[in-house]
Ligand binder design. Structure first.
Ligand code: ATP
Length: 312
C-alpha cells in the first residue's frame, strides 16, 4: 500500500504544480516512471526543428552491461514518414522509443534530430517537440475537457473540440452525461481502452509536435473502434515523423518503413511489400513474413471474437 501511495502522492503534488505552469506530460511521466539518468550538457542548446527528421546512427545500448538491449541500430526517418517497429517481445522496440525521448543516453553511436545530436540539446526542447501516445493513457480525475486540454493548456474550448473531432472522440464525449464537463478517471466515468487512447491522440493533436512516439494498444478492438482509432491515428501522424511500436496490421502495412527488431538488432528492414516479396523469393522464409502470417491469423480471430462479444 505504501509503495502505491507514495507515487500517487508525488503525482498529486506534481499535478498541482503543473496546473499553474508549463505542462509537459511526458516530462512528468518520465519523472514518475524512471530514474532520471540523463542530465543536460552545460552548454546544451535549444533543439531547432526544421523538418523533424530522425536518424539513429550505429546506436548500441544496454541497461545492464552483461546484456546488450540494442546493437548497432541504424535507420533514418525522413520528415513526416512513419516507421513501424515490429518483432518479438523483449527485442528492443520500446528501448528505441525511450532512447529517442532520451530517458537514457546511448552508449555508442548517435541519435540525431534534424542533424543535431540529442545529447547536445536541452531535454525540455527535445521533449517539447515529441508527442508520446502510450498504450495506457493516464486520465486525471477531472473533466474530459481538462484531460484533452492537457496537451496545450492555452488552447481554447474550440481548439479542444477540433482536436477531439480529429481524434474521433468528439461525438462520444457529447454522449456523456455532462458532455465535455463530465468527470473521468478513477473517480469519474471510466473510459474504455479505445476511448482513452483517442483522448491521448486528441491531446497529442493539440500539442502539435513534429515527432510522435506511439505504442499501439495490443488489445483486440471491435471493428467500429478499430476503424475510429485508425482514422484518429491517420490524422495525428499525417505530416509528422512517427515511430510506432506497431501491433495493428493496418499500421504495419501502411508504414513507410518497417524495422523488424529481434535480440536488439534490426534483422529485416523494408516496406511491407518488399519484406513479403523477399520472403516469397526465399521460399516463404523470413522473420517478418512469418510474423505477419501469424498476426493475420490472430487478428482475424480477434476481430471475430470481439464482434461476437458485442453482439452478445
Ligand atoms: P515488448 O514487445 O514486450 O514491449 P520490446 O521489444 O519493447 O518488448 P524492450 O522493452 O525494449 O523490448 O526490452 C528490450 C530488452 O531490455 C529486454 O531484454 C528487457 O528485459 C530489457 N529491459 C527493458 N527495460 C529494462 C530496464 N528498465 N532495465 C533493465 N532491462 C530492461
Amino acid at each position: 500500500i505504501l509503495q502505491l501511495y507514495q507515487p500517487l502522492n508525488f503525482f498529486g503534488t506534481y499535478y498541482r504544480m503543473i496546473q499553474s505552469n508549463f505542462v509537459d506530460m511526458e516530462k512528468m511521466l518520465a519523472l514518475f516512471k524512471y530514474d532520471q539518468t540523463v542530465k543536460d550538457a552545460s552548454d546544451a542548446k535549444e533543439l531547432v526543428v526544421s523538418h523533424g527528421a530522425v536518424t539513429f546512427e550505429d546506436v548500441s545500448f544496454s541497461y545492464d552491461s552483461r546484456q546488450p538491449a540494442l546493437r548497432n541500430i541504424s535507420f533514418t526517418i525522413p520528415k513526416g514518414a512513419t516507421v513501424a517497429l515490429v518483432g518479438p517481445s523483449g527485442g528492443g522496440k520500446s528501448t528505441i522509443l525511450r532512447l529517442l525521448f532520451r530517458f537514457y543516453d546511448v552508449q555508442s553511436g548517435r541519435i540525431l534530430v534534424d542533424g543535431q545530436d540529442i545529447r547536445s540539446v536541452t531535454q525540455l526542447s527535445l521533449r517539447r517537440n515529441i508527442g508520446v501516445v502510450p498504450q495506457d493513457t493516464v486520465l486525471f480525475n477531472d473533466t474530459i475537457l481538462y484531460n484533452i486540454r492537457y496537451g496545450d493548456v492555452h488552447a481554447t474550448d474550440a481548439m479542444v473540440y477540433k482536436a477531439a473531432k480529429a481524434a474521433q472522440i468528439h461525438d462520444r464525449v457529447l454522449g456523456f452525461p455532462d458532455g465535455y464537463d463530465t468527470r473521468v478517471g478513477e473517480r469519474g466515468l471510466r473510459l474504455s481502452g479505445g476511448e482513452k487512447q483517442r483522448v491521448a491522440i486528441a491531446r497529442t493533436i493539440l500539442k502539435n509536435p513534429p515527432i510522435i512516439l506511439l505504442d499501439e494498444a495490443t488489445s483486440a478492438l471491435d471493428t467500429t473502434t478499430e476503424r475510429q482509432i485508425q482514422y484518429a491515428l491517420a490524422e495525428m501522424t499525417q505530416d509528422r515523423t512517427t515511430l510506432v511500436v506497431a501491433h495493428r496490421l493496418s499500421t504495419i502495412v501502411n508504414a513507410d518503413l518497417i524495422l523488424c527488431i529481434q535480440d536488439g538488432q534490426v534483422v529485416e528492414m523494408g516496406t511491407h511489400e518488399e519484406l513479403i516479396r523477399i520472403a516469397m523469393e526465399n521460399g516463404g522464409e523470413g522473420v517478418y513474413y512469418e510474423m505477419w502470417e501469424k498476426q493475420l491469423r490472430e487478428e482475424s480471430k480477434n476481430v471475430v471474437d470481439a464482434d461476437s462479444a458485442i453482439e452478445q
